[in-house]
Design a protein. Structure first.
Length: 478
C-alpha cells in the first residue's frame, strides 16, 4: 500500500507538472543568416502592433521566445533588425520551431511542431503566388482594348484564379474547423451576393440591382465574425472588417449607423475584452468624424454606453467632460428642432427666430474681426442676395458685446437687410444651445426650423440651396 501511495503521488506530481508546463509558450527560432542580433515577437491588436518579447540570437542564429503562461491566441509577428517581419500563428500549439533566412522570409520559412502553423505558412505562400499571378493577368489586360477576345480570355483566367482561391479557402476552413486558422480564413470571406431577376417593366434596373447588392452586403458582411471570440482582436482581420463595414458598406446615415452599432455591441457583450474594443473603436470613430450629423451617433453612444454602468473604464474627469460635451450637442443635432432665439436687433427692437417665414433660414453666428468671418461673411451675403426672402433668410447673430463696433460694421458693409441681432448678456444661452465655440458658426434650418445642416462652408450652403430651391435671383423674379 505504501508503494502504491508513492506511485500515485508520483503520478500526480507528473500530471501537475505537465499541466503547469502546458500553460506556457516556447517558440524556438533560427534565422540562419542573422547572428547575434536582437529580434522581437510582436502581435496585432486591432489596427496596431505591439511587442510581446525580445531575444538576442546566438552565433548560430538561434534563440527562443518563451514565457510561463500561454500567449493570447492570434497572429504574431517576428520582427528583424531591418524591420522586415513574418507572421506566425499562435493557436492551441504554443511550442514549435521556426526557421527561415532574412533574404526571403516567407519562401524559406519552415515550421516544426505545429500543424496549424504549417498550414498557415502554406496558406501565406499560396496567396502570394495567386496575388502575383492575378497582378500579371491584370497588367496583361491593360494591353488590349475593352471587349476584345484577348480581354475575355484573360478575364476568364482571373475567374479561374478566383475559383481556385475559393476552393483552397474552403478546404482549409473545413480542415481547421474551430481552430484559429479556420476561423481567420472564414472571417476573410466576403458575402457572395446572389443575382436577382429584375422585371422587364422596371425602368431603373441598375438602381434595383444596386440596392439589392447593398442590402444583402450590409446584412451578411459580418456573418463570419463571432463577436464573442476575442482571438479576433489579435489579428488584423477583425479591425479591417469592422472599419470597412462602418465606413464603406453602410450608408453614412446616423440612424442606420446607430442601429448596427447597437446590434454589434450586443453581440460582443459576452466577452469583456471584445465588448470594450468594439465600444471604444465605434465611439472614437464617430467622436472624431468630420461627416456632418455624426454627433448624433456620439450622443447615442454616450447615453447608452459611456454614461451608464455598461462602461467601467471612464474616470471621473473624462466622464464629466463627456457629459458637458454631450449636453452641448444634444440641442443642435441635425434633424432636431432648433432652439428658438428671441434677441435684440441693432435698431433696439426684438426679433424671434420662429417668427421668420422662409423655406430656409440661416442662423449665422459671427464677429467682425474674426479672420475666417472676414472671408465667409461677404460670400454668404452675396448668396443671400440671390434669393427672395420667402425662400432664404438670414438671422445674423453678433456674438460679442461691443455695440458700436457691431453697428458700424453693419453700416459700413451694407448688411442692414439681414436680421441683425445680439445678446450681450447671454439671456438666450445661445452659446450652449448652438454649441458656439468659434466663429463663424452656421446652421441651416428648414421652414419648420428643423436643423438640416450645420457647421458647413459657403460652397456647401450654396449647393444645398441650389439643389433645394434652384438658383432664383430676385432680378429674375421681377
Amino acid at each position: 500500500m505504501k508503494n502504491l501511495y508513492t506511485i500515485l503521488s508520483g503520478l500526480l506530481l507528473v500530471f501537475a507538472w505537465n499541466t503547469l508546463f502546458s500553460q506556457s509558450y516556447k517558440i524556438d527560432v533560427k534565422i540562419s543568416d542573422l547572428k547575434e542580433k536582437e529580434i522581437y515577437l510582436g502581435y496585432y491588436y486591432g489596427d496596431k502592433t505591439y511587442v510581446k518579447d525580445t531575444i538576442t540570437l546566438d552565433e548560430n542564429g538561434k534563440g527562443t521566445f518563451q514565457g510561463d503562461s500561454l500567449l493570447d491566441q492570434g497572429i504574431y509577428i517576428v520582427v528583424l533588425p531591418s524591420k522586415n517581419y513574418f507572421d506566425i500563428l499562435v493557436g492551441d500549439d504554443q511550442e514549435f520551431y521556426v526557421e527561415t533566412s532574412s533574404d526571403d522570409l516567407i519562401n524559406n520559412l519552415k515550421i516544426k511542431g505545429s500543424e496549424e502553423n504549417s498550414s498557415f505558412k502554406d496558406f501565406q505562400k499560396f496567396m502570394m503566388d495567386k496575388q502575383k499571378a492575378s497582378s500579371q493577368i491584370q497588367e496583361e489586360i491593360k494591353k488590349y482594348s475593352e471587349g476584345s477576345d484577348s480581354v475575355e480570355i484573360l478575364e476568364n483566367q482571373l475567374k479561374e484564379l478566383s475559383d481556385e482561391v475559393k476552393t483552397n479557402w474552403d478546404k482549409i476552413i473545413s480542415e481547421n474547423e474551430g481552430k484559429l486558422l479556420g476561423v481567420i480564413i472564414n472571417a476573410m470571406k466576403n458575402p457572395e451576393i446572389p443575382e436577382i431577376e429584375v422585371p422587364e417593366d422596371i425602368e431603373n434596373k441598375d438602381s434595383v440591382r444596386w440596392f439589392h447588392s447593398y442590402n444583402y452586403n450590409r446584412q451578411h458582411y459580418l456573418d463570419n465574425i463571432d463577436f464573442s471570440d476575442k482571438r479576433f482582436l489579435r489579428t488584423p482581420i477583425f479591425h479591417n472588417k469592422l472599419e470597412t463595414f462602418f465606413t464603406r458598406i453602410l450608408m453614412q446615415d446616423p440612424d442606420t449607423l446607430i442601429f448596427y452599432i447597437d446590434k454589434i455591441i450586443e453581440q460582443s457583450e459576452s466577452d469583456k475584452e471584445m465588448f470594450q474594443y468594439v465600444v471604444r473603436y465605434l465611439f472614437n470613430t464617430y467622436s472624431q468624424s468630420n461627416i456632418m450629423g455624426m454627433d448624433k451617433v456620439l450622443v447615442h453612444m454616450a447615453d447608452v454606453y459611456y454614461l451608464t454602468d455598461k462602461v467601467d473604464w471612464l474616470d471621473e474627469e473624462n466622464e464629466k467632460n463627456l457629459k458637458e460635451h454631450v449636453a452641448k450637442l444634444r440641442f443642435n443635432l441635425v434633424g432636431n428642432q432648433a432652439q428658438d432665439l428671441k434677441m435684440e436687433t441693432y435698431t433696439e427692437e426684438y426679433a424671434r427666430l420662429y417668427d421668420i417665414e422662409a423655406k430656409y433660414t440661416l442662423v449665422y453666428f459671427f464677429e467682425p474681426d474674426c479672420g475666417h468671418c472676414k472671408k465667409v461673411t461677404p460670400k454668404v451675403y452675396e448668396l443671400y442676395q440671390e434669393y427672395d426672402r420667402s425662400e432664404f433668410e438670414v438671422l445674423a447673430v453678433y456674438t460679442q458685446t461691443n455695440k458700436e463696433e457691431w453697428t458700424e460694421y453693419i453700416a459700413n458693409k451694407g448688411y442692414e437687410d439681414w436680421i441683425n441681432v445680439w445678446d450681450p448678456y447671454n439671456l438666450t444661452n445661445f452659446r450652449f444651445f448652438y454649441n458656439v465655440y468659434s466663429t463663424p458658426t452656421i446652421y441651416l434650418l428648414d421652414e419648420n426650423k428643423k436643423i438640416i445642416a450645420k457647421r458647413i462652408g459657403h460652397e456647401t450652403l450654396k449647393n444645398i440651396l441650389e439643389i433645394e430651391l434652384g438658383k432664383k435671383k430676385i432680378s429674375e423674379n421681377n
